[in-house]
Design a protein around this ligand. Sequence first.
Ligand code: FPP
Length: 246
Amino acid sequence: MSLKEQIVMSQLPQHVAIIMDGNGRWAKSKGKIRLFGHKFGVRAVHNITEAAAELGIKYLTLYTFSTENWSRPLAEIKGIMSLLVSTIAEETETLLKNNVRLRVIGNNSLPDKVQAKLDECVKKTENNTGLTLVLALSYSSRWEITEAVRSIAKQVKDGAIDIDAIDQNTVQNNLSTSFMPDPELLIRTSGECRISNFLLWQIAYSELYFTDTLWPDFDKEELYKAIVEYQHRERRFGMTSEQLKK
Ligand code: FPP
């Protein structure tokens, strides 16, 4: 049976989040500059978005550029930003054709040209009802949680909510991801086993999947493999195995 055939469609994760890592090492292994790796990283983004949409996954969140990535060499940052603009320009039609909606989460500090291109694509695809592709851009989870705290504090100050009424839902509803469920599956490529400030609140009960495959080599089969493994995990949410079987 192929990997795809092993996927139990009735138990698909609704939301898959991915830390795309290893573009630089992939390029270096080929004697090329880092940007070459990012270019092939875009090909992987295309393939994985297509696979997620074909399977019927509802949300795919990609950690595309972290707030910490602003510390990289300027030439690499510029290269990634122009890659973003050209990719959005080239892929908008494909997103429309495949009923994919684009959304962006992050701290809005992208260059104007990049922001404008993203806004245009977000607007054009806003009525699409298939997969929602979420790009985390200039994003970090601690920034997001700090913003949520600030917003809740303001609502308390304005008398809009009572301090004793603050619960987990209040926090959840004030995060930039409030429009989607938490990811059931978080994938990180390239053999690094850390979270790097990504969706810290949202992954409380996510299954974590780490693979040595570098992001430019992460193809549809690799995604199917991750989903099959996810479906073999027992998600206990703090309960015992016996309780779950009842
Ligand atoms: C991680 O590899 C990759 C990034 C920080 C950038 C990801 C960007 C893209 C795939 C291109 C644009 C994407 C879209 C959605 C159009 P790394 O550079 O950290 O690799 P390394 O750890 O091997 O150095």
